[in-house]
Design a protein around this ligand. Structure first.
Ligand SMILES: Nc1ncnc2c1ncn2[C@@H]1O[C@H](COP(=O)(O)OP(=O)(O)OP(=O)(O)O)[C@@H](O)[C@H]1O
Ligand SMILES: Nc1ccn([C@H]2C[C@H](O)[C@@H](COP(=O)(O)O)O2)c(=O)n1
Ligand SMILES: [Mg+2]
Length: 217
């Protein structure tokens, strides 16, 4: 059986379904990390507009499962309300499905990996490592202010859950960020200022990769 890496590269999964042309380009994967409210989703929209990535938000995929009342929906809802992390197998399978369905080869995977278990599970199931890891580094006070002002009706946008999410971020997500720093893949963005000012730190990172891919051919 082909793993996702092979099927993404060759497009055989899509060809078998007879709907999408073979994928000729190697996947380019960016993980987008940062605490709750650090501005990941906001900046992903700008990256998509400017650089044509497919945006896969792990949180959005999990919320979609809740809304569709799938078998895992109730468990996911309780986990998110508690500010905890959904078992990796569930989240990675949702990401895998989206990657296989996409006809893009450039993926922004937003809010993932949140834990070492997430990270290892992605490597085992998808069989590939990220090319770039972005870290939106934002002071806690600012993150809390932004989340409380977000007003999108999210079940986790309340002070009690935000405090739990910040604790989980410090304990479980920072080690993942340190791991990628040691691997030389981490790009840290100072996530304060206006959305446009922050994007001006993000833009050159992807612009450099665009130049590289054009040079290589
Ligand atoms: N630079 C900024 N200045 C002020 N507000 C911002 C800025 N960037 C984003 N916001 C706002 O802050 C809130 C949180 O942003 P966003 O949803 O992008 O964060 P996130 O990192 O995706 O959070 P989460 O992990 O909870 O999904 C949103 O209401 C957004 O409009
Ligand atoms: N890798 C992930 C991503 C998200 N979740 C759960 C727990 C988060 O608090 C919630 C919301 O995610 P966000 O929209 O803030 O990225 O979804 C998870 O368990 N694992
Ligand atoms: Mg988000």
């Amino acid at each position: 059986r082909l793993n996702t890496w092979e099927s993404l590269t060759t497009g055989i999964a899509q060809q078998a379904k007879g709907v999408i042309a073979p994928k000729e380009k190697t996947p380019f994967i960016t993980f987008v990390l940062g605490g709750p409210g650090s501005g990941k989703g906001t900046q992903c929209i700008k990256i998509v507009e400017t650089f044509g990535f497919a945006h896969l938000s792990a949180g959005d995929l999990l919320r979609r499962e809740i809304a569709s009342k799938s078998a895992d929906g109730a468990m996911i809802l309780n986990t998110i309300k508690e500010g905890k992390i959904v078992p990796s197998q569930v989240t990675v399978k949702l990401i895998q499905k989206e990657m296989e369905l996409s006809d893009n080869h450039k993926f922004l995977i937003d809010g993932f990996p949140r834990t070492e278990e997430n990270r290892v599970s992605f490597e085992q199931i998808i069989g590939v490592e990220p090319n770039v890891v972005l870290f939106f580094d934002c002071p806690e006070e600012e993150m809390v202010k932004r989340v409380l002002n977000r007003n999108e009706g999210r079940v986790d946008d309340n002070l009690e859950t935000i405090k739990k999410r910040l604790t989980v971020f410090q304990a479980l997500s920072l080690p993942v960020i340190n791991y990628y720093s040691e691997k030389g893949k981490l790009y840290t963005i100072k996530a304060i200022g206006t959305e446009d000012e922050i994007f001006e730190q993000v833009r050159p990172i992807f612009a450099a990769f665009e130049v590289c891919s054009q040079t290589v051919g």
